[in-house]
Design a protein around this ligand. Structure first.
Ligand code: M6R
Length: 607
């Protein structure tokens, strides 16, 4: 979603803002802009499309000025063109915004009636005009900004700048994140710590309802009522990571190849490999006392949760309700005193997941979250946090965050099984040892890259793909389809193999590739029967299995990707890699924008 940067500094800020916006590119955007105060006047450059277009504008017509705001826009209201790109101006006011102003239609009508003219189709422009109206009514810039913010309903992070005061930025947050960066005689605003990494690692995160007055040498945060509040200043851990592609063509490729290492770091956080036991990472509830666990998440994180459901129910006999967060937040699920809620999110900022968390907070159940961004809102609002140690994930398609989420879920399921008395010490040790092997198997699977690329070349010629799997390979089939859709734009569906004959089998003909994820597990033979049904109708099967599965399959696959034999508990973690590589190489062959696919945002901070 949109990215925000603001700098009140001591040198020309436009190039610095563009540099910071580049670090926000991963969030997804379709236009960008920057505004500064130069020689007492507000000036801006905006461009549709990628930041390179904005850079070219700035090359043709540079912007001076030591204070400025910048923005990458992911369109919600109004098409992604230059006119709708931020910053938006209203006489002496410049503004950038991330989120949705839900009462914008009402405010727009009110402002038009008061004589304001709108030049864009955005909801953001109403905020700029509201601030101007406050100034017209004799309010100071700070008062006018606060008065405008109080009128807004919906989700927003804002940065506001005023002609006539080149030592003042105002930031506000209600929903999407906003951080203040502390420099030496300079101050910054940014959507996250990664954006501000070249300038500072000293960060203060605003809380919902907060707004902040920022000047070169000071800042003051206020709550929604206008009362000064203190928020903790912290050292950002996000900044210690080098965010570049290394020798890889894309962040996604780099992140796929990082998996052996980050899975290993993540597992080591929850498992003691010396004793082969789960460790006692603090929990906000006791698994032994739960009668249900509610898991909620979006997209790939939801599919990780769905695999977690199989593990919690199988190993710990703990019933799990799992929901897509955008449904959970409104479906009014009753939660008992013996329930706990678990949220899964890479960014920790996904609006629907956060809203589901807040629903559970109101219901009074203990809340835990598996998150990758430790300083995120979901992490901060949870009673207990289970970090994934994936490092920053920049590619919009989630890869290493997914397998790290699975690593945490598997470790937690084993812990739950121990605490609920369903696992002997010997079985716990066996499972922990098996989990510890996941990074080694992941490394072996990465060596299949060339064969997988060959299969992907074929896939890049088709318009539809079906993914099938049973048991934990069923959510993985959905993940495979999601990956393919989001980065290659090929239509793909993921189905439970046994569900095929209840409808989707009608799609099968000689043109339909059917990718079957079928390790030789307890229900392998059932999946083979489903493959027979596909083969009988001319479908072209691509089988992802192990040597035993390849030997026992009675179906002619057009291609078989053979993975090493491995313990059942780590299969979803390791089998995720060929699925990701298939999508990655297909997208490369199709020539799509792999790291920033069209229409998508990395962190979805609106409903
Ligand atoms: O940051 P989150 O994990 O909460 O994000 C959830 C989804 O938006 C995310 O997993 C999305 O589905 C990915 N782009 C999939 O690759």
């Amino acid at each position: 979603m949109c990215g925000i940067v603001g700098i009140v500094g001591n040198a020309p800020v436009a190039p610095l803002i563009v540099d910071a916006l580049k670090r926000l590119e991963y969030r997804g955007y379709d236009s960008a802009g920057v505004a500064t105060i130069e020689a007492g006047a507000l000036s801006r450059r905006r461009a549709e499309g990628k930041l390179v277009n904005l850079e070219n504008r700035l090359k043709d017509k540079p912007l001076g000025g030591k204070i400025g705001i910048g923005h990458t826009r992911w369109a919600t209201h109004g098409v992604p063109n230059e006119i709708n790109a931020h910053p938006h101006f209203s006489r002496d006011v410049a503004i950038v915004h991330n989120g949705i102003i839900e009462n914008f239609a009402e405010l727009r009508a009110e402002l038009i009636a008061a004589g304001f003219e709108f030049s864009s189709q955005t909801d953001t422009e109403v905020v700029a005009h509201l601030v101007t109206r406050g100034l017209d009514n004799g309010l100071t810039p700070v008062e006018a900004a606060h008065a405008a913010i109080r009128r807004l309903q919906g989700a927003f992070a804002l940065a506001i700048m005023f002609r006539g005061d080149d030592n003042l930025l105002i930031g506000a947050r209600n929903g999407p994140p906003l951080a203040v960066g502390h420099g030496d005689g300079e101050m910054y605003l940014g959507s996250d710590a990664i954006a501000l990494a070249p300038f500072t690692d000293s960060i203060t995160y605003l809380e919902d309802g907060d707004w902040v007055v920022v000047r070169r040498n000071e800042m003051q945060i206020f709550d929604a009522a206008g009362k000064p509040v203190e928020r903790r200043r912290q050292k950002s851990i996000g900044t210690s990571f080098l965010v570049d592609k290394g020798n890889h063509r894309h962040f996604m490729e780099k992140e796929i190849h990082e998996q052996p290492e980050v899975i290993s770091h993540t597992l080591a956080h929850y498992l003691d490999f010396t004793t082969s036991r789960v460790n006692d990472h603090p929990l906000p509830f006791s698994f032994a006392e739960l009668d249900r666990l509610a898991i909620s998440a979006c997209g790939t994180a939801y599919l990780a949760g769905l695999i977690g459901k199989y593990w919690f129910e199988r190993y710990a006999r703990l019933p799990v309700d799992i929901d897509i967060a955008s449904e959970f937040r409104y479906r009014e699920m009753p939660l008992t005193k013996k329930s706990a809620a678990l949220f899964v999110s890479q960014s920790g900022e996904t609006a629907d997941t956060l809203a589901s968390l807040r629903y559970c907070r109101r219901e009074g159940v203990p809340i835990a979250a598996i998150v990758n961004v430790r300083e995120s809102t979901i992490a901060r609002e949870s009673d207990g946090v289970f970090p994934t140690l994936a490092g920053p994930e920049i590619g919009v398609a989630s890869t290493k965050a997914f397998t790290c989420q699975l690593s945490v879920l598997a470790a937690l399921a084993v812990r739950a099984a121990v605490e609920r008395g369903h696992l002997s010490e010997a079985d716990e040790q066996r499972l922990v040892r098996e989990l510890s092997e996941a990074p080694r198997f992941a490394s072996q699977v990465l060596k299949l890259d060339e064969q997988i690329a060959k299969v992907a070349r074929e896939l890049s010629q088709v318009s539809h793909v079906l993914y099938l799997g049973r048991d934990t390979s069923y959510p993985l089939a959905m993940e495979g389809a999601l990956k393919l859709k989001e980065i290659s734009y090929i239509h793909a569906e993921g189905y439970a193999a046994g569900e095929l004959k209840h409808g989707p089998i009608a799609l099968i003909d000689e043109t339909m590739p059917v990718i079957v994820i079928a390790p030789h597990d307890r229900i392998f033979d059932k999946t083979v029967s489903n493959m027979q049904e596909v083969a009988a109708r001319g479908g072209r099967i691509i089988l992802i299995t192990d040597a035993e599965g390849a030997a026992r399959s009675t179906v002619d696959a057009v291609e078989t990707i053979v993975l090493p034999e491995m313990p059942e508990i780590i299969m979803p973690i390791v089998y995720a890699l060929p699925v990701q590589l298939l999508a990655y190489h297909t997208a490369v062959f199709m020539g799509t924008d792999v790291d920033q696919p069209r229409n998508l945002a990395k962190s979805v901070t609106v409903e």
